[in-house]
Design a protein around this ligand. Sequence first.
Ligand SMILES: NC(=O)c1ccc[n+]([C@@H]2O[C@H](COP(=O)([O-])OP(=O)(O)OC[C@H]3O[C@@H](n4cnc5c(N)ncnc54)[C@H](O)[C@@H]3O)[C@@H](O)[C@H]2O)c1
Length: 361
Amino acid sequence: MRTVRVNLGQRSYSVIIGNGVYLRLGELVADRARSHRVLLVSNPTVFALYGDGVVNSLQEAGLKVVTGLVPDGEEYKTLEQAQKLIDLAVENRFDRHAMVVALGGGVIGDLAGFVAAIYQRGIDFVQLPTTLLAHVDSSIGGKVAVNHPRAKNMIGAFYQPKIVIIDPAVLATLPPREFKNGMAEVVKYGIILDEGFFTWLEEELEPIIQREETIIAEAIYHSCSLKARVVEEDETEQGKRALLNLGHTFGHAVETLTGYQQYRHGEAVAMGIITACYLAESQGMMNTGEAQRVRELQQALGLPIQLPRLQPELIMQTMHQDKKMLAGRLRLVLPQGIGRAVIRDDIDDGAVLAAINRAMV
Ligand SMILES: NC(=O)c1ccc[n+]([C@@H]2O[C@H](COP(=O)([O-])OP(=O)(O)OC[C@H]3O[C@@H](n4cnc5c(N)ncnc54)[C@H](O)[C@@H]3O)[C@@H](O)[C@H]2O)c1
C-alpha cells in the first residue's frame, strides 16, 4: 500500500493506493467519520461488481449505509440526479456529519462530490474511483460538477475529498476502451510535467498494454503524485493547474461537434494532444523527433493520432466558444519539448488552423 499526500492546509488528504484496498474501505474511513451515516453513490454496473464488498466493509466498521444508484452514463451527471440523491439523504435524515462515498468512474465521482459539496453546505466526501481515468485524474483535486444541458461541467465547485482510496485490482473488469481512455491522461502527465515518466512509459509499453498489475499500479502512483503537486500549487486553477488541460481545447471542440457520442473524453484529448504538438512544432517549441515520440506512444497504446474529418474552420469556431477562452483570445496549452508545457494566448488563428489541417491527414 502506498500513499500520496495532497497538502492543502486544513483540506489536506491522503490518496491510498493498493491492490485489495477497497475491501478495507470501512476500516480506513471509520475513524474519519463524524457520524455512522454513509450515502454510498454508485451506478448499477459498478455496484454489481463491487457493491457488496464495499457495503460489507462499511457495515463491519459499524457504519450504516444508504445506497443511491444513478443510471450508468455521462448523460446522468445532471442536477436532476443530484436532486434525487439529495432527496434520499433528506428522507433518511442525514445530518451535517454524514458522509458521501463515491464508488465509480469520473461521472459518479463528480456527481457524488457535487452532492457532498452542497448538501447542508457541505458534508464529508470519500472517493473510491474505479476507472483508470478516475484513478489518475478525476478523483484527485476536488473538481466536482454536473453538466448543464448546453455545456459540460457548468455547475460545480472545488470541494476536496477527505480521502481517496485507489484499488488498481478493480481495473481487471474495466473494458479495454475505458482503459485506453485513462492512459491518454497518463501520457499527458509525462508530456507536460515529467520527461523521465514519459520515457518510462515508452520503455514499459508492453507490460502496460498487457495491464500488468505492478506496472499499472506504478503508473497510477506516479500520475497521482504529479497531479497532487499541481493541485497543491494551484488548487483553484488560477495558473499552473490549467496545464492539465493540454489537448483539451481541441478535444472539447471535437466532442462538441460530434455530440459527445462518438469519442470518449480521453480519445478526444489524445487527438488534441497531437494537434497541440503540431502547433508547438510550428512555433519552434518542440522538435519533429519529440512530436514523433508522442505520436508513436499514443498509437502503440491504441489512442487516436488524427482529428476526425470535420471542417477545420468549424473546429476553430467551436474552440473560440470554449469556456477556457479569456478576453476573446484562444488560450492554448502547448508542450515545450517533452516534460514541460506553457500556456499561450498569442498564437494567431492561421497557425492553429494549419495545425488542425495537419492533424487531419
Ligand atoms: N473532476 C475532475 O477533475 C475530472 C477530470 C477528468 C474527467 N472528469 C469527468 O469524468 C467523467 C468521465 O469519467 P470516466 O472516464 O471514468 O467515465 P465513467 O464514469 O462514465 O465510466 C466509464 C464506464 O466504465 C464503467 N466502469 C467503471 N468502473 C468500472 C470497473 N471497474 N469495471 C467495469 N466497468 C467499470 C462505468 O459504469 C461506465 O460505463 C466525465 O464526466 C468527466 O467530465 C472529471
